[in-house]
Design a protein around this ligand. Structure first.
Ligand SMILES: [Zn+2]
Length: 153
C-alpha cells in the first residue's frame, strides 16, 4: 500500500547523512519562519529521492509513453498499455508525495500558508512573495502535466 510504503521509506531515511541534500541559503526577500520536524525532514528526503529516481526513467520513456497515450487504446498492445500505466503511476506517486509534504508543512508551520514556500539549509522553512505573482496558483489546480499524459489523467 502506497501510504505504508511511504511511512516505511520515511523511517529508513538516514537523517544524519541527509542534511547536505539542501544547501540553499535563505536569501533576501525570504523570511525564515521555522525549522522542519524530523518527520517532515524524512518526508522531504523521500520526496526528493522519489522524484530523482524517476528522472532517468522519464528521459527514456516520456516520448514513447506520450506516443502511446496519444494513440487510440484499440491500437495499443497490452505491453504498451502496461508501460503507460506504470509510468503515469510513477509520476502520480511523486505528485502525491509532494502534495502530502506541502500539506504537512502547512500543518506544522501555518505561518507559511498563503505564501510561496521553500526549504533551506539547516531544514529551515522560508516564506516569500514571488517576484512574478502569476506563479501563485491555489493548490489543487493542475498547472502542468507530464509530457503527453493529459488524456489519461
Ligand atoms: Zn515521465
Amino acid at each position: 500500500m502506497f501510504l505504508r510504503d511511504l511511512l516505511d521509506k520515511m523511517a529508513a531515511v538516514d537523517l544524519a547523512n541527509s542534511a547536505s541534500v539542501i544547501n540553499t541559503d535563505v536569501v533576501e526577500g525570504e523570511k525564515a519562519v521555522g525549522t522542519m520536524s524530523e518527520d517532515l525532514q524524512r518526508l522531504y528526503v523521500v520526496y526528493l529521492e522519489t522524484a530523482k529516481a524517476l528522472k532517468p526513467e522519464c528521459a527514456k520513456l516520456d516520448v514513447e509513453v506520450g506516443s502511446i497515450v496519444n494513440k487510440p487504446k484499440s491500437e495499443c498492445t497490452p505491453e504498451e498499455i502496461t508501460l503507460m500505466q506504470e509510468h503515469v503511476l510513477a509520476h502520480d506517486r511523486v505528485d502525491r508525495i509532494g502534495e502530502i509534504f506541502w500539506h504537512e508543512l502547512s500543518e506544522e508551520i501555518p505561518e507559511t500558508v498563503g505564501y510561496s514556500r521553500g526549504v533551506r539549509k539547516g531544514w529551515q522553512v522560508v516564506r516569500y512573495i514571488p517576484k512574478n505573482p502569476r506563479s501563485v496558483v491555489p493548490s489543487g489546480i493542475i498547472i502542468a502535466m507530464p509530457l503527453g499524459l493529459g488524456p489519461v489523467l
